[in-house]
Write a protein that binds this ligand. Structure first.
Ligand code: I22
Ligand code: ZN
Length: 189
């Protein structure tokens, strides 16, 4: 049997070879977040499963640190409060777990990072709808054809792959790039 690792690596490299096409949109997303943070806005992030981990990852890079020594930056992942998630999921619906937190915490000028490899998770889509209603720009970190969330995104970063794991691997590269762009743009050394 051929090595699973070598097969995954080949698929990963094929996906990553196509990422240069996203360069300009990644730069736009980085500027959008940096401008919001510079104006006392904040980043809200959300996603399911591996993308929940990614939503937490970017929030921690900003509140904690990425590369530079600088002031903490305002970022909240909507995936971490188990009491809020279970209350909203139980009393309303799982589709509302992020949207209701966006309504509670989001303000005009904040940015929502909506992460979904299919682009179609209903709870992430609902969060994007609420953000739009509040006048918050939406950055969609997506995969496949971008799904319904693509049409709700001010900047849609759609990784050209149909494989969830490969899309997630590209998402992490994009998240680290966004952190670098934000630190550079804010010049908070
Ligand atoms: O990490 C993985 C698969 O690699 C899973 O946990 C995956 O994130 C979950 O199935 C998610 O529910 C998929 O949601 P989405 O990316 O389509 O929005
Ligand atoms: Zn995963």
């Amino acid at each position: 049997m051929a090595s699973l690792f070598l097969a995954n690596l080949a698929e990963h490299l094929r996906t990553f070879e196509r990422l240069p096409a996203l360069d300009a949109e990644i730069a736009r997303a980085g500027s959008l977040i940096a401008q919001s943070l510079a104006a006392d806005g904040k980043l809200l992030s959300c996603g399911n499963g591996g993308s929940a981990a990614d939503a937490q990852h970017i929030a921690s890079e900003l509140t904690g640190r990425f590369i530079k020594e600088r002031r903490p930056l305002a970022a909240v992942s909507l995936t971490t409060d188990s009491s809020a998630l279970t209350c909203i999921g139980n009393d309303y619906s799982f589709d509302e777990v992020f949207a209701r937190q966006v309504r509670a915490l989001g303000r005009q000028g904040d940015v929502l990072l909506a992460i979904s490899t299919s682009g179609n998770s209903p709870n992430v889509r609902r969060a994007a709808e609420e953000a739009q209603a509040l006048g918050m720009p939406v950055i969609g970190l997506l995969g496949r054809d971008g799904g319904a969330i693509k049409t709700l995104s001010d900047v849609a970063l759609v990784v050209p792959s149909d494989v969830t794991a490969r899309i997630q691997e590209a998402h992490i590269l994009i998240i680290h790039t966004l952190c670098g762009l934000i630190e550079h743009e804010l010049q908070l050394a």
